[in-house]
Design a protein around this ligand. Structure first.
Ligand SMILES: Nc1nc2c(c(=O)[nH]1)N[C@H]1C(S)=C(S)[C@@H](COP(=O)(O)OP(=O)(O)OC[C@H]3O[C@@H](n4cnc5c(=O)[nH]c(N)nc54)[C@H](O)[C@@H]3O)O[C@H]1N2
Ligand SMILES: Nc1nc2c(c(=O)[nH]1)N[C@H]1C(S)=C(S)[C@@H](COP(=O)(O)OP(=O)(O)OC[C@H]3O[C@@H](n4cnc5c(=O)[nH]c(N)nc54)[C@H](O)[C@@H]3O)O[C@H]1N2
Ligand SMILES: [Mo]
Length: 764
């Protein structure tokens, strides 16, 4: 019996060095680190070519985050340190070919770290892992597609197939992918958004009628007050800092709401401005609100309560004309907040009453308010209610649907928003299904499919599923690693469309396929010539992206070509008449089909190609709220805060500065002063003392959920400026601790930022 590949990162400890956290982000050091990564991996010429065409109007879209490019002139280097790392990782000179898998069995590979895996380079051709074998072997594209076709043909019911998407896929690929799933007969379309901004999408849909942000870069530049809640832009959206810097120079007050004092929000040196690259800096956040993990709902309710009190003292604080013309539910919201007890609110958020009053004062004196947020708000049990409570503050002040004001959920993956617009979702509205039926003559299923957590439960409970993954790293990105590993192992077939090796290739179904694809930086040539693709960024701008570099291997196919190849072998029913070969040969035909199905894509082939792209319509910008009441809805929810029980902590799982989600570029977290190690637990020094533990001590972490216990071993303790009772560890290593059943009410996003844990000195 061969050994089973390990599902988790190895427990080996590296050489940890702890330095002082940085007090600013950016600067010349960021440029240095960017160039070091780019040149080190790809070689000088490839690095220069890739970085100079990154985010240019005729170049390719940065595969890192979804922050928009500036509308006006772009500097020749419109990228950030972490964008450069993402590009360097994709354009690396290292390769994984057949000899690599001859050298390494799957078990052996699984014993390496994620960092090591990323360094092995780009996968050059398709590989198959056959039942009983522990080595991937080369397979031709033709045979790979045929194998998939045969496996699909053996399923009893279309819902036995699951089609996952990661948010890097282009609109063109995503549209064809969901079409394939629906023509096959299922809405099983989980995506990375389920672990990401699903809570934002749902909350905003309920409150304002559209699950997307409502502001532009120009709005941010004009805002008077900007909240940045539960977000670490210095690491995860570095180009956002230049926008914040401009806002600041125009007089905006910036408030950071976070348990951690993240470097980028303290101050920023623009690496592309000479004086700043050399050391001068702009102080960004005027106020740092150091709240407890999961204290946000209480904080937002507290600010709302104080605004109502202020309004009763002196009218005009609540924008009554906005409230009466455009909103619904104000009276019950008011009643609810008035009934809340101040002591309870203050205890729950962990900040002083004076701070809440001061924030309310800032809201009351600012006409133009923008709230930005990311995973610190979306990955908790009460996330949907929290985001609705934040939205309520904007409704109270009429700070939405006008210049300089609105809501800004800051998306993660560069096209996660576009993928959803293209129909990657387990229950699309009826008009969408009818559009597909009209365009393609298929019968769309109407039964809702599974989301990410739903698909794990389904694969675990039922043997023989087929799991197809358009990008991403499902095993490491989802909660409860060991549980998810069993779910994937239970599949008859797992198919990964990937650029680079990851753990989801190793912990796989009975049969597993790796179908390697072109990266975004690479030229994509099909029958009709060179192709381009398109994406939608965090602000609803649709724009094009054209790869510039030679593909990493001549045997790679584009995502579109792979989906068309799969579709031709999976969809054998005679009644399906979709011309996949035409789509594969000429992507403008895909865009024409999208134009006929999805509103807002009129003249798609022309408009997406114009410099800078174009904005999708967003009715909220005109104060039209397409909700069930036809108005913006105040959300009224009970305060429901996660609190650690006695002897326990609340753990958040966060990103280091050297990773993109599950891809680990390095072992440092420069802004937090960490060097050489990812297996760390950040802890308040007083908590450490109370437990009689010391810096560098090795601990095991146990998570508790409804009587279930999960453990991960061997992490080093790092004292850090984090509120008492709170801990932080890095994702994905800590995902083992996230219970599968612990998720946000409504959105079902794993609550990976508020996990009940206990720490103990390591024992064997
Ligand atoms: N370089 C790089 N860029 C990325 C990514 C990456 O991994 N690397 N990932 C991309 C993706 S997919 C996404 S979704 C985004 C993620 O971007 P972020 O959301 O910034 O990423 P996280 O590291 O999860 O950070 C969450 C922040 O929330 C704070 N936080 C945690 N819990 C709470 C809480 O209860 N309340 C409040 N107020 N704050 C809290 C943490 O201290 C941290 O600062 O970045 C995208 N961009
Ligand atoms: N505990 C915890 N868990 C989390 C989070 C957290 O904060 N804490 N964050 C969640 C969030 S916000 C997200 S978005 C998910 C991320 O979940 P995913 O999107 O599933 O994961 P990634 O790590 O972004 O995927 C990386 C893999 O994508 C492949 N890839 C890279 N580029 C391309 C490409 O151009 N095409 C194709 N086809 N493949 C490519 C590579 O093989 C790489 O190994 O993780 C979630 N999981
Ligand atoms: Mo994300």
């Amino acid at each position: 019996m061969p050994r089973r590949p390990a599902e988790n990162t190895p427990e080996a400890l590296e050489d940890l060095e702890i330095g002082k956290p940085c007090n600013k982000a950016g600067g010349v050091e960021a440029v240095y680190h960017a160039m070091r990564h780019a040149v080190g991996k790809a070689g000088v010429v490839r690095a220069k070519d890739s970085l100079t065409s990154l985010n240019q109007k005729s170049g390719f879209d940065c595969p890192s985050c979804a922050w928009p490019d500036p509308d006006g002139d772009r500097s020749r280097f419109e990228f950030c340190e972490n964008g450069a790392k993402a590009v360097a990782s994709e354009t690396t000179a290292a390769r994984i070919g057949p000899e690599f898998f001859e050298r390494h069995s799957v078990v052996e590979l699984s014993e390496h770290s994620d960092y090591w895996m990323d360094q092995q380079g780009r996968i050059t051709e398709p590989f198959v892992l056959r039942p009983g074998s522990d080595r991937y072997k080369h397979i031709s594209w033709e045979d790979a597609f045929q194998l998939v076709g045969q496996e699909f043909a053996s399923l009893q019911n279309p819902n036995e197939a699951i089609f996952y998407t990661s948010g890097r896929a282009s609109n063109e690929a995503a549209f064809l992918y969901q079409l394939l799933a629906r023509a096959w007969g299922t809405n099983n379309l989980p995506d990375c958004s389920n672990m990401c901004h699903e809570s934002s999408g749902l909350a905003l849909k309920q409150s304002i009628g559209i699950g997307k942000g409502t502001v532009t870069l120009q709005d941010l530049r004009e805002a008077e007050l900007i909240l940045v809640a539960g977000q670490n832009p210095g690491t995860n959206h570095p180009r956002m800092l230049s926008t914040l810097q401009q806002a600041k120079e125009n007089g905006a007050v910036i408030v950071s709401i976070n348990p951690l004092r993240e470097a980028g929000l303290v101050a920023f040196s623009h690496p592309q401005r000479l004086t700043q690259a050399l050391g001068a800096k702009t102080d960004l956040a005027d106020e740092f609100v150091r709240l407890k993990i999961n204290g946000d709902q209480a904080l937002f309710q507290g600010i709302g309560k104080r605004l109502l009190e202020m309004d009763s003292e002196k009218s005009g604080v609540v924008d009554l004309s906005f409230v009466s013309e455009f909103t619904d539910g104000f009276e019950s919201y008011k009643e609810k907040l008035e009934s809340l007890d101040w002591d309870r609110l203050i205890e729950a958020c962990g900040v002083s009453k004076e701070t809440v009053d001061r924030l309310a004062g800032l809201f009351a004196k600012s006409e133009k308010v923008i709230s930005c947020w990311a995973m610190g708000l979306t990955q908790h049990r009460n996330s949907v209610a929290t985001i609705r409570d934040l939205t309520n503050l904007h409704l109270l002040r009429g700070a939405i649907g006008k210049r300089g004001a609105g809501l800004c959920p800051v998306r993660g993956h560069s096209n996660v928003q576009g993928d959803r617009t293209m129909g990657i979702f387990e229950h699309m509205p009826e008009w969408f299904y009818q559009g597909l039926e009209r365009e393609f003559g298929i019968d769309c299923p109407r039964e809702a499919g599974v989301n990410a957590v739903g698909s794990i439960l389904d694969m675990k409970a039922n043997a023989g599923r087929i799991f197809v993954s358009l990008g991403g790293n499902f095993l490491s990105a989802t909660p409860d690693t060991e549980y998810t590993a069993d779910a994937l192992r239970n599949c008859r077939l797992t198919v990964q469309i990937s650029t680079k090796l990851n753990r989801s290739h190793l912990v796989a179904g009975k049969t597993a396929l790796i179908l390697p694809c072109l990266g975004r930086s690479e030229r994509d040539v099909q029958d009709s010539g060179e192709q381009w693709v398109s994406m939608e960024n965090s602000m609803g701008i649709v724009h094009s992206s054209s790869g510039q570099l030679e593909p990493a291997s001549p045997k790679l196919k584009s995502e579109v070509a792979i989906i068309c190849g799969l579709a031709k072998s999976i969809l054998t029913k005679a009644n399906i008449r979709i011309d996949w070969s035409n789509f594969e040969g000429d992507y403008s035909l895909i865009r024409s089909a999208i134009e006929r199905v999805v509103p807002g894509f009129e003249n798609y082939n022309i408009r997406a190609r114009q410099p800078g792209g174009y904005y999708l319509p967003n009715p909220v910008k005109e104060r039209q709220f397409e909700t069930d009441t036809g108005k913006a809805n105040f959300g009224v929810a009970d305060l429901d805060i996660e609190r650690p029980l006695v002897g326990r902590f609340l753990l958040m799982t966060i990103r280091s500065h050297d990773q993109f989600n599950t891809t680990v570029y390095g072992l440092d977290d420069r802004y937090r002063g960490i060097k050489g190690e990812r297996r760390v637990v950040f802890i308040n020094p007083e908590d450490m003392e109370k437990l009689s533990l010391k810096t560098f001590d090795i601990v095991d972490v146990h998570s508790h959920f409804k009587g279930e216990v999960r453990v991960t071993r061997k992490y080093r303790l790092v004292p850090y400026d984090i509120p008492a009772g709170c801990l932080a560890m890095y994702f994905p290593e800590a995902n083992t601790l996230v219970p599968i059943g612990h998720m946000a009410a409504g959105s079902e996003t794993p609550a990976s930022k508020s996990i009940q844990v206990e720490i103990r000195k390591h024992s064997v």
